[in-house]
Ligand binder design. Structure first.
Ligand SMILES: Cc1cc2nc3c(=O)[nH]c(=O)nc-3n(C[C@H](O)[C@H](O)[C@H](O)COP(=O)(O)OP(=O)(O)OC[C@H]3O[C@@H](n4cnc5c(N)ncnc54)[C@H](O)[C@@H]3O)c2cc1C
Ligand SMILES: NC(=O)c1ccc[n+]([C@@H]2O[C@H](COP(=O)([O-])OP(=O)(O)OC[C@H]3O[C@@H](n4cnc5c(N)ncnc54)[C@H](O)[C@@H]3O)[C@@H](O)[C@H]2O)c1
Length: 487
């Protein structure tokens, strides 16, 4: 039986950051993962493959230059399906290599196998070796659960991982269908629907609710939706699938609750994910997951109700991002080994890598109104920036919300080229408590898309009450709090 200070179950973003943080604190660390190689959902089926696919599709189809050269995409991309798969596998191997090296440099041990609790300090790890299954026991002072999620696969969907797939299977061996139905307009559904639509694949998106991506500013979503409709995507909101069957060619046929029938060559079912806690022996440690397999933790420490057991990443639910999972992993490791961390800022960015990109931080117009802020909005259209002309941008907006009284930035919301990078300027200003004066006083590089911040700020300023002009608050430094170990 081997023994460690810290054992991490799962090598996704939360697990790996936690493991390296604990190793930096001179603790002995083991990471257990049941996949063939480290990296988790993020590297193998989630973030990295989907973003690599997006980038490859934009390159292969000349998407960014369409405005100038009017290139059509399907033929070129379809004949290059092998190129797409090869780029996916290259990126994946590179990610795994880097991660393995980081673990090795930091003396983090890894073990391939499926872990389950025996008691609050002991795990049994089941390993498949050639033709036999071996088990071994591992003990630890502290244990972090970062087992992530699995796609939700209800019985009424005839998954065959070829023509009816979930988001894990779609990247396992990518093919480009002649038509695609996507069920679920969450982040995953939206990203894949728009990536395939950028390949000129006819896409039908089906969502039971009347709206989608509700955490994003509605003006941004309406701009985004218009772009999708303009390029021919069918968006069926407020519709659910009454039945899904396979026809004689194994192609999915979806009958909607309003009687309409949607046929396509492939169907992606992307209606959420479920915490991978089913078989990890939670009963042995008196922990219980909720109906979606999620664990509850103290968000300041990542401690579960069993004080030596922590959980982080997607298994604890919202926001279920690689970016936030990494921070949660570090918080858990620091807390476990008495290395206090400053409290994370309240606002974090959300990047949706659709085509076009959407990114958002802070309050949307709807949330700001709900919270009782009195504010003004400024909007910049990317096609009105010089950089936008050079790039041939026809669409995309950046919207900033400023509190009327103080000029403080309340939120930034963007759709269009570069949105997921541009958002970080807004993030810095927002989390440092800054406001409209930053954008008014500072000179930006020209020509850049960042100039959109200046344009949006001027747009808002022009509409703010004259008495307030020039009275924009000088900023107070935010206080940093320390994350103290819970008693
Ligand atoms: C299609 C898709 C696209 C995404 N795109 C983005 C994006 O662009 N940006 C972003 O920030 N986030 C994105 N996400 C979310 C992101 O991938 C997750 O937030 C992140 O992977 C969660 O990390 P994690 O540490 O919780 O573990 P995961 O990455 O979920 O990994 C958990 C690991 O634990 C292993 N495991 C499970 N049970 C056991 C066990 N009992 N024993 C041993 N090992 C076990 C699993 O096999 C897996 O390898 C995307 C997700 C998906 C599905
Ligand atoms: N760029 C990113 O940051 C990124 C990208 C992809 C995924 N993710 C993360 O992965 C997680 C999972 O994403 P997701 O899109 O699968 O889940 P989700 O829960 O965000 O969205 C699921 C969508 O499917 C719909 N739905 C639910 N049940 C349904 C049913 N039975 N039939 C049809 N539709 C149904 C929901 O109304 C919702 O719109 C998210 O929490 C997200 O944070 C992040």
């Amino acid at each position: 039986m081997s023994s460690y200070d810290f054992v991490v179950i799962g090598s996704g973003p939360a697990g790996r950051r936690a493991a390296i943080q604990a190793a930096k604190l001179k603790k002995s660390v083991l990471v257990i993962d049941d996949r063939g190689s480290v990296g988790g959902v993020s590297v193998h089926t989630g973030t990295i493959p989907s973003k690599t696919l997006r980038e490859s599709v934009l390159n292969l189809t000349g998407w960014r230059e369409r405005q100038f050269y009017n290139r059509r995409s399907t033929d070129k991309a379809q004949s290059n399906c092998a190129a797409l798969n090869s780029r996916l596998s290259k990126t994946l191997h590179h990610e795994v290599d880097v991660l393995e090296q980081q673990f090795a440099r930091n003396n983090v041990h890894t073990l391939q196998g499926r872990a389950q609790f025996v008691d609050r300090h002991t795990l049994q790890v089941e390993r498949h070796e050639a033709d036999r299954t071996a088990t071994e026991l591992v003990t630890a002072d502290r244990i972090l659960v970062t087992v992530g999620t699995k796609p939700f696969r209800p019985d009424y969907v005839p998954f065959n991982d070829r023509t009816v797939l979930d988001s894990d299977a779609i990247v396992a061996d990518l093919t480009i269908p002649r038509s695609l139905t996507v069920i679920g307009a969450g982040v995953i559904g939206i990203e894949y629907a728009t990536i395939f639509s950028a390949l000129d694949v006819p896409v039908t998106l089906i969502e039971p609710r009347d709206s989608f991506l509700d955490f994003v500013d509605r003006e941004v979503i309406s701009n985004f939706t218009q772009q999708l409709l303009d390029r021919g995507m069918s968006i069926r909101l407020g519709c659910s699938a009454e039945s899904i069957v396979l026809d004689e060619m194994d192609c999915p046929v979806v009958t909607l609750n309003d009687g309409r029938v949607v046929r396509s060559e492939m169907l992606l079912f992307a209606a959420g994910r479920k915490g991978a806690t089913d078989n990890i022996g939670l009963d042995k440690i008196a922990l219980e997951a909720d109906h979606r397999g999620r664990l509850t933790v103290n968000p300041d420490t990542m401690q579960t109700s069993v004080d030596n057991i922590y959980a982080a990443g997607d298994v604890i639910g919202f926001p279920s991002l690689a970016s936030t999972s990494m921070e949660q992993g570090r918080i858990a490791a620091c807390h476990a080994f008495d290395a206090p961390m400053p409290t994370a800022p309240h606002h974090f960015p959300y990047g949706i890598y659709a085509v076009p990109e959407i990114s958002t931080i802070g309050y949307s117009e709807e949330q700001a109104r709900e919270k009782g802020f009195v504010f003004e909005c400024g909007i910049a259209r990317l096609r009105e920036t010089s950089r936008g002309h050079i790039m041939g941008l026809q669409s995309g907006i950046l919207k900033c919300l400023f509190e009327l009284e103080t000029g403080k930035l309340l939120g930034v919301h963007a759709v269009g080229e570069g949105a997921t990078e541009l958002i970080h300027i807004g993030q810095a200003v927002l989390n440092l408590g800054g406001g409209i004066d930053f954008f008014m006083e500072n000179t930006f590089n020209y020509p850049t898309l960042a100039e959109a911040y200046k344009i949006a700020a001027l747009d808002a300023w022009n509409r703010m009450a004259p008495a307030k002009k020039g009275e924009v608050v000088k900023l107070k430094k935010p206080k940093s709090k320390s994350r103290k170990k819970a008693a």
